[in-house]
Write a protein that binds this ligand. Structure first.
Ligand SMILES: C[S@@+](CC[C@H](N)C(=O)[O-])C[C@H]1O[C@@H](n2cnc3c(N)ncnc32)[C@H](O)[C@@H]1O
Length: 293
């Protein structure tokens, strides 16, 4: 577990230092700004993307990964272009996929990155196809039955592969049940504890389960302020979250989990058992032969 993941809050603001894999350099910052199509909260996006890259070692050109709920694909394009990995993005909105594919083509990176329209509850990929499956605010997982999508992720990951995501707007650890009820979200189990137990139920071993409260707060509040500045309507969902943060409730989680090496572990265990059994049988045979002589 990395230092920032253990301490969450205090380390978030320290992420401007080299972390071994995802370095914050002016060059990569510029590169990322260039890629981001939305134009909002760029720095927050950049910080969380660098965390993800570090956590999953996406700096390797050998890595084959899937971006869950990829939106318009800026993160996938950034990873493929900057580090050389192969990335597939999936999103349920066809317009987002169209834009993402056009953008990849424009940047001449469409041999490394592909975007596919689809639902994360039925991933159109073969078993064990990816080294890493990641998601940045993968809204498909906000469904109360998210464990089924997580099982799909488990299926398409190679043994030992990583599943990593962060979600800014779900309740933090130990989120108050009364507050969930007040927000009308109790039935959707939208908090960090439920997400962790669903990841485990899908078969993963948790590597990191950390709060991202500061990042989540600034993300939600900035979103609210920008909408206000632009004179846009504030929907009740956003207003309720801003009020909730104001009342001291915490949001956001980052989870990284491993698909265990079950197959390999059991096959090596079987080999060992066969070896031991063979040895025991051999010893019995030899001792029987000697006792007859
Ligand atoms: C908050 S956006 C995040 C986009 C992108 N990951 C980013 O960081 O900019 C959430 C995305 O989830 C997608 N989404 C929601 N439900 C989905 C599902 N069941 N399957 C695939 N994509 C889904 C939406 O279309 C949207 O693009």
């Amino acid at each position: 577990m990395t230092a920032w993941a253990q301490t969450g809050l205090s380390q978030e603001s320290n992420f401007t230092q080299e972390d071994g894999h995802g370095q914050l350099s002016l060059q990569s910052l510029f590169f990322f700004f260039l890629l981001n199509l939305n134009g909002f909260f760029l720095f927050i996006f950049f910080i969380r993307t660098q965390k993800l890259i570090a956590e999953c070692e996406l700096t390797s050109p050998e890595v084959v990964c899937l971006d869950l709920c990829c939106g318009e694909g800026s993160t996938a394009i950034y990873i493929a272009e900057r580090y050389g990995g192969r990335v597939t993005g999936i999103d349920i909105v066809s317009g987002a996929i169209k834009t993402a594919n056009e953008f990849a083509k424009q940047r001449g990176i469409d041999n490394k990155v592909t975007f596919v329209e689809g639902n994360i509850f039925k991933l159109p990929f073969a078993d064990a196809s990816f080294d890493v499956v990641y998601g940045q605010d993968p809204d498909g997982l906000s469904h109360p039955e998210r464990v089924h999508a997580m099982r799909e992720v488990y299926r398409v990951l190679k043994p030992g592969g990583l599943f990593s995501f962060h979600h800014h707007w779900i309740g933090g650890f130990g989120f108050s049940e009364a507050e969930s009820n007040r927000l009308g979200e109790a039935a959707d189990r939208l908090n960090a504890d439920f997400y962790v137990s669903d990841v485990q139920d899908a078969g993963f071993r948790i590597k990191v389960a950390a709060p991202i409260y500061e990042l989540a707060d600034s993300h939600i509040i900035k979103n609210y302020q920008l909408k206000k500045e632009k004179g846009k309507d504030i929907d009740s969902w956003l207003q309720a979250r801003v009020d909730s943060i104001g009342a001291g409730h915490k949001y956001g989680v980052q989870i990284t989990a491993v698909k265990p090496l079950h197959g390999q572990e059991s096959s090596s265990r079987n080999t060992l058992l066969a070896f031991v059994a063979g040895g025991v049988l051999g010893a019995i045979l030899v001792s029987t032969l000697f006792s007859k002589n």
